[in-house]
Design a binder for this molecule. Structure first.
Ligand SMILES: Nc1ncnc2c1ncn2[C@@H]1O[C@H](COP(=O)(O)OP(=O)(O)OP(=O)(O)O)[C@@H](O)[C@H]1O
Ligand SMILES: O=P(O)(O)OC[C@H]1O[C@](O)(CO)[C@@H](O)[C@@H]1O
Ligand SMILES: [Mg+2]
Length: 486
């Protein structure tokens, strides 16, 4: 087994029977003769009794777990966890944590657990917070973080550090890291944030600094590839139930009542899909990945009409990015606006579809409808994480800290097939995780709601052609592994 290719972002090692390790960089790749120390956990009574607590240097985790007897062994990632040797003495570590992008349940838990892991497991007491996202590196003072200060923060939504979009200035950020003597940088954020982290890591490496750059993937939309699911996702799905339930109560209580709920998901409809599957009260789920049309045979109006006649009410869940092409056709002159990070600002599809349905039924006096539109977006994002997300956040944070202490860098800490791993930034940022509508989970949803797929033969061809360009598809299933029942 030998290294086949080695660039700044990823080391590819090939072995027998098609085994491939997409390995993360290590400080020793560019700084020779670094001193190592015994891992302090070796003399920690809580850990030293744990059999095989330390991860074997050769442990790796497969990306695909469903295989055929002749399949190549495929891509693997380095297994996360504590190593016998570390590359920092506890007193020398100066760590910082930054949160970027939109809010997501669990951010405070991750912050808390990084601070606690560094202190309780590795005796590191110099941990700082960066105020307000990437721009805080060069425009704000740092915030001291101690286990006591962060002790209760997991009970609050949001991020105690603040967050922002835009403001990523590579040179100013790395200057600030260097000037402040910071040597471990923990970066919590979504796809944009991880791209920013990769740029910071590359600049640090170019300058030859002994500084770890480690990411923790945060995305309420679940749009980050490779990982099983993102923290906060379960909480978001659970919280979305309240809005769906309210929409259902309203719809059920009116003659021809329709409840419309808009959920997050710019490009990926995972929250809408899982909230629909969890609820059982939803009659129609619309996501960005699945085109739909309003008028004519097999169109949305026909289905709404049919459902109202059958049941007297219905609930529609629509992801914020769904149907954007239809809105764009109608508002050809609408401004193409972006947020500070360059993300396209979407038009409100929930309002739009509500109005379209009202207009359609206004033409039919025999069928008056009552439609209520609920947009719970920011209410869902703002809640603290639930129990299972809290556990997940803890494991992610601890794994991330173990990797940094062991000298790995340029990685995102993530769960792959139920195991904590270190994933090269380039794998995390190369594409977005999206619902594959020719895959099983979407089929399960269609059979649960009994809605039409709205796919015309021409759409189906397009979808099939696009399919292999898209992410995921670990084992041919949509990529939220837990409870997906495959
Ligand atoms: N290609 C890039 N290179 C460097 N920095 C980037 C890049 N893309 C985004 N960033 C920076 O990352 C930060 C977060 O990006 P963004 O606002 O897109 O949110 P995100 O991390 O994708 O999270 P989410 O979309 O889930 O809210 C911003 O400060 C932005 O400037
Ligand atoms: O209004 P903001 O803060 O830009 O965030 C909105 C976006 O953030 C997300 O929640 C992702 O973080 C998207 O689903 C949503 O489009
Ligand atoms: Mg993003």
């Amino acid at each position: 087994m030998g290294t086949e290719s080695n660039n700044y972002q990823m080391k590819v090692v090939k072995g027998e029977c098609g085994y491939v390790l997409e390995d993360v960089p290590h400080l020793t790749d560019y700084i020779p003769d670094l001193t190592t120390y015994d891992n302090p956990l070796r003399s920690n009574p809580a850990y030293s009794v744990v059999k095989q607590y330390f991860v074997d240097m050769d442990d790796t985790v497969p990306e695909k777990v469903v295989v055929h007897k002749d399949s190549p062994r495929g891509v693997h990632f380095r297994r996360a966890g504590p190593r016998q040797k570390v590359y920092f003495s506890s007193d020398d570590v100066r760590a910082c944590i930054v949160t970027c992008g939109g809010l997501c349940p669990g951010l405070n838990t991750v912050i808390r657990e990084i601070v606690h892991s560094l202190d309780y497991m590795y005796g590191v007491s110099k941990v700082y917070g960066i105020d307000g996202g990437y721009r805080g590196f060069y425009s704000k003072n740092i915030i001291t973080l101690t286990p006591k200060i962060v002790n209760d923060i997991h009970k609050r939504g949001g991020t105690i550090l603040g967050t922002s979009r835009g403001g990523h200035d590579k040179t100013k950020i790395v200057d600030s890291i260097q000037d402040r003597g910071i040597n471990q940088v923990y970066i919590i954020g979504g796809d944009g944030t991880q791209k920013g982290a990769a740029v910071i890591y590359e600049e640090i490496r170019r300058r030859g600094l002994k500084v770890i750059v480690a990411g923790i993937p945060k995305t309420i939309d679940n749009d980050i590839p490779v990982i099983d699911k993102s923290f906060g996702f379960d909480t978001a799905v659970e919280e979305a139930q309240r809005a769906i339930n309210a929409a259902h109560v309203e719809a059920e209580s009116a003659e021809n009542g329709i409840g419309v709920v808009k959920l997050m998901g710019r490009y990926s409809g995972f929250i809408a899909m899982y909230a629909t599957l969890a609820s059982r009260d939803v009659d129609l789920c619309l996501i960005p990945e699945s085109p739909f049309y309003l008028e004519g045979d097999g169109g949305l109006f026909e289905y709404v009409d049919k459902r109202l006649k059958e049941n007297g009410h219905m609930v529609i869940v629509i992801a914020e990015g769904a149907g954007q092409e239809l809105l764009a056709e109608e508002n050809a002159h609408a401004k193409n606006e972006q947020d500070a990070s360059g993300n396209k600002l979407l038009q409100d599809v929930g309002l739009w579809i509500s109005q379209k349905i009202r207009d359609h039924f206004a033409k039919n006096p025999k069928m008056p409808i009552t439609l209520k539109y609920i947009d719970p977006t920011y209410m869902i994002r703002a809640v603290p994480s639930n129990a299972s997300d809290n556990v997940y956040c803890t494991l992610l944070a601890q794994s991330c800290v173990h990797g940094a202490m062991a000298g790995y860098t340029g990685y995102t800490s993530g769960l792959v097939n139920g195991r904590q791993t270190y994933i090269p930034f380039s794998r995390i940022t190369e594409k977005q995780n999206m619902v594959v509508i020719t895959d099983r989970m979407w089929a399960r949803l269609l059979s649960s709601t009994n809605q039409p797929s709205f796919l015309r033969p021409k759409d189906l061809e397009e979808v099939k052609n696009e399919e292999h360009q898209q992410t995921q598809l670990l084992d041919g299933d949509n990529n939220v592994h837990e409870n997906s029942g495959h």
